[in-house]
Design a protein around this ligand. Structure first.
Ligand SMILES: NC(=O)c1ccc[n+]([C@@H]2O[C@H](COP(=O)([O-])OP(=O)(O)OC[C@H]3O[C@@H](n4cnc5c(N)ncnc54)[C@H](O)[C@@H]3O)[C@@H](O)[C@H]2O)c1
Length: 288
């Protein structure tokens, strides 16, 4: 039994049989695409940090596309709520209360997922924390905490998942546009996101022969509790909000649902020839 707490056992089976319709696509005479097939039907997806924001939206989107969705989060109430919401959108859902930086827990939960649901096909690592300080202001223990959750948590969940992806799989880490562009007053966080990008690039090379694709998403500022907390650190957040908005050529912040759409692309066969890449969902921040 995993050391993390496990979600309730209500089994929801909304993987309904959808009447299939084969449609030939012009120019691809032999290709027949089943447009009604849910894109993650039959897949088991683990989402760390699924209790809130980007992770929660991803859980819901994956459930809509027929996945069995397993939410892993430090916050049990939030993880349970995500499971409940995702179930309402279809899909079999479960949750675990767990700290992603704990080595044994990742391994035990991944094992439990395979025992309960038969496979582990998709991993999205969205658990992340930020402290919002320059290098001199960052305490060594804050640095360690950020790296423990953001980098070690990503590594541990990859480590637990890869050997269990026996028929191939897809891993997507949520990094940040700041990993490429840099930023201000967020040294440990941005360094951790750079490490995640490098980790994904090398894991993509190592595990391509096993049919495991590894990619990153680089979201821009996205309307989630994490973003709210990062602005709330300033006595007067207005200039920081305005500065951040002005860095997005699209002139607004992203929505977690928009990041979830990218996560779905990377998790599904729609991206079957995509590995080792960083997908920007940043409103144009990096290019702007
Ligand atoms: N929101 C943004 O503007 C933005 C931009 C770029 C990248 N990101 C990244 O996207 C990811 C998701 O962020 P979000 O904005 O949805 O944040 P969020 O705070 O809304 O959600 C993060 C979730 O991770 C969980 N979590 C934190 N520490 C954990 C731990 N040790 N173990 C397990 N779960 C833990 C939290 O409980 C929470 O449910 C993060 O990695 C973040 O760095 C966010």
């Amino acid at each position: 039994m995993p050391s993390g707490r496990i979600g309730d056992e209500r089994s929801q089976t909304s993987l309904g049989i959808v009447a299939s319709r084969n449609v030939g696509i012009a120019g691809t005479a032999d290709a027949a695409y089943d447009l009604t097939m849910k894109r993650l039907a039959g897949r088991v997806a683990a989402i760390t940090g699924g209790g809130s924001g980007i992770g929660r939206s991803t859980a819901v989107r994956f459930a809509e596309e027929g996945a069995t969705v397993v939410t892993i989060d430090l916050d049990a109430k939030a993880a349970a709520a995500t499971s409940e919401i995702a179930e309402q959108h279809g899909g079999t859902c479960a949750w675990y209360e767990s700290d992603v930086s704990h080595h044994e827990a990742a391994d035990e939960i991944a094992n439990d997922i395979v025992e309960r649901f038969g496979s582990l096909d998709v991993l999205v690592t969205a658990a992340g924390i930020s402290v919002g300080k320059t290098v001199p202001d960052t305490l060594p223990e804050e640095w360690d905490d950020i790296f423990a959750v953001n980098v070690k948590g990503t590594y541990l969940w990859m480590r637990a998942s890869i050997p269990r992806m026996s028929s191939g799989g897809s891993i997507t880490a949520i990094a940040s546009q700041l990993a490429v562009s840099g930023g201000i007053s967020n040294a440990a966080y941005i360094a951790s996101k750079g490490a995640i990008v490098s980790l994904c690039r090398t894991a993509a090379n190592d595990h391509a022969p096993q049919g495991i694709r590894v990619n990153c998403i680089l979201p821009g500022a996205t309307e989630t509790p994490l973003l709210e907390r990062s602005f709330a650190r300033f006595e007067d957040p207005t200039p920081y909000i305005e500065r951040s908005l002005s860095r997005h050529p699209l002139g607004r912040f992203g929505k977690p649902e928009e990041v979830a759409e990218a996560a779905l692309f990377l998790a599904s066969d729609d991206s079957s020839f995509t590995t080792g890449t960083e997908l920007r969902v940043d409103g144009g921040w990096i290019g702007g």
